[in-house]
Design a protein around this ligand. Structure first.
Ligand code: CP
Length: 314
């Protein structure tokens, strides 16, 4: 595996889930692999889980870690080619990536979409430019359109809790106070399809995820119908892809105890951070069906499994 930008970079997604679960049991068994190797972590946006879990993962593998908040700690980076750089951005990605690639053995990058320019966001220029110019493996810690490390942690969580081989997994849209990226639901959809679960997406009409990631996934616009018999419910807000970046309406889509009652005693998932009583009700988050904390715990081992594969490819 030369880069990790999406599940499509993984030749054996189920194998990677198993590997991550094995690492969870023995986190320090590959400490020699990362000795004298450095992970550079570049944050273009805020993060709690990704920032901490990826550092723990790298250290479990014996690596050194350098963390940088790009807009605060370094020069702002230009990604467009051929521009006259007479604005705020002092350094071009062509130099920045090539230089950082000399200091680090793997570069991990976290960036968000503009949610204003669909074409630009979905072109994933930043990730592609780093992949092109860094000369070392690039690990996505969430891009404009995908969050593959989160998707892998989600699949680990389902694997740990599932009681049947092919559980019913429902991804349900939820309300929010501000427009959010489509990255988490895009990746959750991609990974769930690779696992061949009985997978259903439910959301208000007009909030369809992009076809390139959901492909022919089953969409059920009636949330109650979708939730019936679900073994896992993944609750997540995303902004509109069609009316790009629009918030989307539907306060009654908040996931409540009543909605949980429609399921097959489903485990409730969310990538976090979650706005209580906007996205999911307190009673659900604090109840026995919520696995959001365990899910976040798995972020260490999803990152560790991916970094291990990238180190093995050096
Ligand atoms: N789920 C997730 O990626 O959390 P952070 O944004 O806090 O890293």
């Amino acid at each position: 595996m030369n880069h990790f930008l999406s599940v499509e970079d993984v030749p054996d997604p189920e194998g990677l889930v198993d590997e991550a679960l094995k690492l969870k049991k023995k986190p320090f068994s590959f400490q020699k692999l990362g000795r004298n190797k450095t992970l550079g972590m570049l944050f273009f946006n805020a993060s709690l889980r990704t920032r901490m879990s990826t550092q723990v993962a790298a250290r479990n593998l014996g690596m050194e870690v350098i963390v940088m908040n790009v807009s605060q700690d370094s020069w702002q980076i230009e990604t467009e080619d051929g521009v006259v750089m007479n604005g705020d951005k002092a350094e071009h990605v062509r130099e920045a990536a090539a230089v950082m690639g000399q200091y680090c053995d793997v570069l991990a990058i976290r960036s968000f979409p503009t949610l204003k320019d669909k074409k630009k966001d979905y072109a994933e220029e930043l990730m592609h430019q780093f992949s092109r110019f860094a000369g070392v493996p690039i690990l996505s810690m969430e891009s404009a359109t995908l969050h593959p490390l989160q998707g892998l942690a989600d699949m680990m969580t389902i694997s740990e809790y599932k009681k049947v081989e092919k559980p019913k997994v429902v991804l349900t849209w939820a309300p929010h106070v501000k427009p959010l990226p489509q990255a988490v639901p895009n990746s959750f959809t991609q990974w769930s399809r690779k696992m061949d679960y009985d997978f259903v997406i439910t959301h208000p009409e007009g909030m369809e995820l992009p076809k390139r990631f959901r492909q022919d996934a089953h969409i059920e616009y009636d949330q109650d119908k979708a939730l019936a018999g679900a073994d896992f419910v993944y609750v997540k807000n995303w902004s509109s892809y069609k009316n790009y970046g629009m918030l989307g309406l539907g306060k009654d889509w908040m996931f409540s105890q009543k909605k949980l009652g429609l399921t097959n005693d489903a485990k409730v998932m969310h990538c976090l951070p979650v706005r209580r009583n906007v996205v999911i009700a307190d009673e659900v988050l604090d109840g026995p069906n919520s696995v959001v904390i365990q899910q976040a715990g798995n972020r260490v081992f999803s990152a560790q499994a991916v970094i291990k594969r990238l180190l093995e490819s050096l």
